[in-house]
Design a protein around this ligand. Structure first.
Ligand code: ADP
Length: 751
């Protein structure tokens, strides 16, 4: 990157306000990305307090000072509330300390309070410099040399309440904690037919409450952005939960955001909700306030990678801009890193909070964006105790749901959402057992509202699945089944074989007119190797399983000099390997996309030997299962072991099927629900308009789009079963920079 020459000086980073998981990966990325550019980095400890006090709080960082912190929650450089910084004199003292420590660029990671403060510091900068020169606290030439500071902000907050980024650092991890807790409560609640009220964080933002309710299949949610419609909410809530019990539910979960209130602005606290339910339901109601558990623990895979990429982008911004640059918030928009003026983001964040406080809820929802409201609508339907009855004049379509491929966490969530949303729209939902093998055998049942109960949170695949792609006579049998059962449309949830099957249906239309119906594929495979979607359902869960496993593997090597070669799934797609490497700090990742040569292995071996000679104690290499047919995991492990001699030992870990199992992560559940909803709407629209497209739904650049599967051969590498264009390959350079053992040859390596 071309570094702005007009501004020499060091780079400082601080974490401020409430801590959030992901701050450490961001810190690591900032420190190493800057050192890699030859820029000195200072960490200011204890947030703005450190900035005001100065002295020992300004700590020079080297490559190793951020080693081994990727998996740690909180912030290793400390955070604090600083009343002094709220005062002008405090900020003036901060400016003096920054100048005295030769800081020209500053990166602040914090919540809305901290980022508001950072923006203020930037705006007041030159006034403080003038005052300090006037008072003789700084030499006059400072006015020119330090006429400003280049500033970037990263939003660190578990509440996801900051404008200018789709996700704040820590929100995904908090959602993991909440979802795990509600899953656990659900099982005990069901055993005793109990009702649980769960309070989650979010004073001005209902994100955590809404998304956790959506992900866990809760029965009701209270959020600040959308208070109950009328004053009779307590009676309606009890009626709804009672109707659920009559329909067969054994438990009820109600999620309440801290900032929930009624339409007059009066607080609805979690204990209010408990009281209402205890009176109205005449049964035991338990209250669980999750509190600070939501803030703690190891960051999720998403928080590690996102924070890493944001940290790198923040360094790029502050190094390439001059002193006059407007401060920017570095955030994620539509799965891409994006900058926005910090001042605008601060203003919009405050506007959302004010809109809620003033009871302008429509305005608050508008600021939150379309997908927030869309998720509220989905939740309104999914949490009904029964579907609305079909309209008398309505044509009730028969929509079949079938899996194809290998099990992927989130498949059940997608089926549940598709079935309930389809039933609620008045249609008949058919579940095909055991994939296309079951279709051929006619194993197709009607699915009712309660038949998918509890499926939002379970891993595996309740309907059953296999990889069979129909061939030969199968098409005749399937066509007969479509006709006999009067199937109007098909939703295929699965991986590569799902897409191939749908594509083949197209070519069979001439021979079998029964195939002239709309078909849609919903991407669900841990490998994330499907065209038309940047992410497939299950990949996030698999990535988190990899990250948890590798964290444990790394901990197992506290004493010895060890190098691990970890093999991950993904077939010919290196997504899990690369993102797994980025999230765990692997120093080398082998992908099929790049291939592996003997020369690579020799270089990597030399690199390992040098690292261990310099004092490194742990090595980590991640290998995609299909990286190279000859240089297998056992081969690599044996080669490194032999050549490592007495210097280090090598162990291999083939993670295997643990990657396909486990309950889906909140992200996979939410994506499954969003995509399933769009699939059902699309299929109904196609039939009602006499169309019969064969498409695949997917997330592209943050929006949900349909891919025409007639284009399939053009956009995939069939031999390797992956899209020809894979967006995540662009992340390789960053992964490489951060995985180096250091910018200078004298440095010891991380981990
Ligand atoms: P968060 O960043 O998590 O929202 P706070 O709101 O507590 O946390 O802010 C963290 C720190 O940022 C405060 O302790 C204070 O030092 C500083 N700060 C917050 N708001 C302002 C403000 N309006 N003016 C000056 N400093 C502020």
């Amino acid at each position: 990157m071309p570094i702005a020459q007009s501004l020499d000086g060091r780079l400082a980073i601080l974490t401020s306000g409430g801590d959030s998981p992901g701050m450490n990966p961001a810190l690591r990325s900032v420190v190493r990305s800057a050192l890699d550019q030859g820029i000195d980095v200072v960490a200011v400890t204890e947030g703005f307090r450190g900035l005001v006090v100065g002295g020992e709080h300004f700590r020079t960082m080297d490559w190793d000072s951020v080693g081994g912190i990727l998996h740690l929650g909180g912030t290793t450089i400390g955070s604090a509330r600083s009343p002094e910084f709220r005062k002008r004199e405090g900020r003036r003292s901060a400016v003096r300390n920054l100048i005295e420590h030769d800081i020209a660029r500053l990166i602040v990671i914090g919540g809305d309070g901290s980022l508001t403060a950072a923006d203020l510091l930037h705006r007041e900068w030159s006034e403080h410099v003038d005052d300090l020169i006037g008072a003789g606290d700084l030499p006059p030439e400072t006015a020119e040399k330090r006429s400003g500071i280049v500033l970037a902000g990263l939003a660190g907050s578990i509440d996801n309440d900051f404008h200018g980024t789709d996700m704040t650092i820590g929100a995904d991890t908090a959602l993991h904690r909440i979802t795990q807790a509600i899953d656990a409560l659900t099982s005990t609640a069901a055993s005793h037919q109990r009702t649980f009220v769960v309070e989650v964080m979010g004073r001005n933002c209902g994100y955590l409450a809404l998304m956790s309710a959506l992900a866990t299949g809760a029965d009701a949610v209270f959020i600040p952005e959308k208070p109950p419609e009328d004053d009779d909410w307590a009676r309606r809530l009890c009626d709804r939960l009672r109707a659920g019990r009559t329909a067969g539910r054994r438990d009820s979960i109600v999620v309440v955001a801290e900032g929930a209130h009624d339409r007059h602005g009066r607080e609805i606290s979690s204990s209010d909700v408990r009281e209402v339910l205890e009176r109205g339901m005449a049964e035991e109601v338990r209250l669980t306030i999750l509190g600070h558990v939501q803030r703690g623990g190891a960051p999720s895979a998403f928080d590690r990678t996102m924070s890493t990429l944001l940290g790198h982008a923040a360094v790029e911004f502050v190094l390439t801009e001059d002193a006059g640059a407007e401060p920017q918030l570095i955030g994620v928009r539509n799965n891409r890193i994006q900058h926005q003026p910090l001042a605008t983001c601060v203003r919009q964040t405050a506007a959302a909070a004010e809109a809620i406080a003033d009871g302008r809820h429509e305005e608050a929802l508008r600021i939150r964006g379309g997908s927030f409201s869309d998720n509220i609508d989905s939740l309104d339907t999914l949490l009904r105790s029964l579907p609305r009855p079909p309209r008398p004049d309505q044509r009730r379509l028969k929509i079949a749901v079938v899996h194809s491929g290998a099990p992927s966490p989130g498949m059940n969530t997608a089926v549940r959402a598709a079935v309930r949303l389809g039933l609620d729209a008045g249609h008949i939902m058919l579940g095909v057992r055991n994939g296309f093998a079951g279709f051929i055998e006619g194993r197709i049942d009607e699915l009712g509202w309660m038949s998918v109960r509890g499926w939002s949170s379970t891993g595996g695949c309740e309907l059953g699945i296999n990889r069979r792609v129909p061939s030969g006579h199968d098409y005749y049998t399937i066509a007969r089944t479509i006709e006999d059962r009067g199937i109007d449309a098909i939703l295929i949830i699965g991986g590569w074989s799902a897409y191939r099957t749908a594509y083949r249906f197209l070519s069979k239309r001439e021979a079998f007119p029964a195939f002239d119906i709309p078909v849609i594929c919903l991407p669900a495979t841990i490998s994330n190797n499907l065209p038309g979607s940047e992410l497939s359902i299950g990949a996030d869960t698999a990535l988190n399983s990899i990250v948890e496993a590798v964290d444990k593997i790394k901990q197992s090597a506290v004493a010895a000099n060890r190098c691990f070669v970890v093999e991950v799934m993904g077939r010919y797609c290196g997504y899990l390997a690369l993102l797994g490497g980025l999230s765990t700090g692997a120093e080398r990742v082998y992908l099929n996309e790049e291939g592996v040569t003997l020369a690579d292995l020799k270089d990597d071996l030399d690199h390992l030997v040098q690292g261990f000679r310099r004092g490194k104690r742990l090595g980590l290499i991640i290998r995609n299962e299909m990286a190279n047919a000859t240089y297998t995991t056992p081969f690599m492990a044996a080669l490194f072991e032999e050549e490592g001699g007495d210097l280090f030992e090598v162990r291999q870990a083939i993670l295997g099927h643990l990657q396909q199992g486990g309950n889906p992560t909140p992200f996979d559940r939410i994506l499954a629900t969003r995509l399933a909803k769009r699939c059902i709407n699309h299929l109904v629209d196609e039939v009602e308009n006499g169309r019969s497209s064969v498409t695949a739904i997917g997330l592209q650049g943050g929006t949900i789009q349909n891919l025409d599967l007639r284009d399939l051969p053009r956009i995939v590498d069939s031999e390797h079963q992956r899209p020809t264009d894979q967006w995540w390959l662009n992340l390789r350079p960053i992964a490489r920079i951060l995985a180096q053992s250091g910018p200078k040859p004298t440095m010891r390596s991380e981990m």
